[in-house]
Design a protein around this ligand. Structure first.
Ligand SMILES: *[C@@H]1O[C@H](CO)[C@@H](O)[C@H](O)[C@H]1NC(C)=O
Ligand SMILES: *[C@@H]1O[C@H](CO)[C@@H](O)[C@H](O)[C@H]1NC(C)=O
Ligand SMILES: *[C@@H]1O[C@H](CO)[C@@H](O)[C@H](O)[C@H]1NC(C)=O
Length: 326
């Protein structure tokens, strides 16, 4: 992504995110705390006030809530999976690869104990530096569903980010070779297929075939130790709607325009909005642009100087510890 494209993307995204995060924060702040500065608790009582409001309606996204998150093998046998678009927004042209992948993964649902909940509370944990020293770990662990992104570690950071992981969204370039290290044994590894190569990578791993290295912007792990029964493939529906409804970026860029796709972070928030009754986010955002030396993530040493793009807006004025920053 070029610097210009990145900036345009941020600018386009900002108002939307500001709006909906502030909506949540204000609901959260006024309803559950009456203005006190307590830590957020994902209690079911929160659900009742939320459910009435139908979050998605209030966002005027005009999408019907979809709670089947993953692609299923049946989709291919029982009905034609109508898809006019290729990856990342549809599965056109990738059906055979998917068939092979899904034949091995064999399970296509969320864990039954979460599925059966009357009210699902979800936390989406971004990888931003803002979560460092937050001591949110214990609170995060109390949510029914904890969604994490890419190769963000958990070991050694439990106090700030918790140790529970229900879903981890990733793509080959962002995969950690041994998901067992930073996830609990029940975590689902959710592949977000951005391109055909991503499905091919998973197929080669699952069938232990020769790895083809071409087609990635960064070499993905050649060995990946995820368990087949824990693997899911996210329905491209969610990326398509994140792009078209939430970010309003063109699904088909004009010639000479580099394609811009949503990040896994905003995608995860959108998935949570579909699946959960309560959604809280933490650890999103980049450091202030003048703070070039501050690391970007709560782990590692990468800084804004090394990224060369910076944009930040603090939201909710520190009323809660949960915030979203771009
Ligand atoms: C919402 O979507 C439906 C069908 O997709 C469409 O008919 C309707 O006009 C939309 N409403 C708004 C307010 O965009
Ligand atoms: C986190 O806390 C430790 C120990 O209290 C302190 O040394 C460190 O500077 C803090 N880091 C940040 C980013 O606040
Ligand atoms: C998380 O940490 C707590 C406390 O150390 C421990 O009891 C629990 O088993 C851990 N959970 C996972 C999923 O690792």
């Amino acid at each position: 992504m070029t610097l210009k494209a990145a900036k345009t993307w941020f600018l386009r995204l900002l108002p939307v995110v500001l709006f909906f995060i502030c909506y949540y924060c204000s609901q959260f702040y006024f309803e559950s705390y009456g203005g006190s500065r307590k830590s957020p608790q994902p209690t079911v009582s929160l659900c009742h006030s939320y459910r009435m409001k139908r979050k998605l309606d209030s966002l005027k996204l005009n999408v019907s809530r979809k709670t089947e998150l993953f692609l299923k093998l049946e989709d291919f046998f029982w009905r034609e999976h109508l898809s006019a678009e290729a990856l990342p927004y549809g599965i056109k042209g990738s059906e055979l690869l998917l068939l092979k992948v899904l034949a091995v993964t064999s399970s296509y649902t969320m864990p039954a104990n979460i599925e059966s909940l009357d009210c699902r509370t979800c936390a989406v944990i971004g990888n931003g530096f803002s979560i460092k020293n937050s001591s949110l770990g214990e609170i995060i662990n109390k949510y029914n569903v904890v969604i994490r992104l890419n190769d963000a570690p958990v070991r050694g950071y439990e106090g700030d980010v918790g140790n529970k992981t229900t879903l981890r969204l990733f793509y080959p370039e962002s995969a950690f070779y041994n998901p067992g290290v930073h996830n609990d044994p029940d975590s689902l590894q959710v592949l977000v297929p951005f391109k055909q190569e991503d499905l091919r990578w998973l197929k080669e791993i699952l069938y232990d075939e020769k790895r083809i290295r071409k087609g990635f912007w960064k070499p993905p792990p050649q060995i990946w130790l995820g368990r087949a029964s824990q693997i899911r493939v996210l329905d491209p529906y969610f990326l398509r709607l994140t792009a078209s409804k939430l970010l309003r970026i063109p699904l088909k860029p004009r010639k000479q325009q580099k394609p811009v796709h949503p990040t896994t972070g905003i995608l995860a928030v959108f998935v949570a909005l579909n699946y959960c009754d309560v959604v809280h986010v933490a650890g999103f955002g980049y450091p202030e642009s003048r703070n070039q030396k501050q690391p970007i993530h709560y782990y590692g040493k990468e800084t804004m100087r090394s990224m060369k793009v910076g944009f930040k807006a603090s939201i909710c004025n520190g009323k809660t510890e949960l915030w979203l920053v771009l």
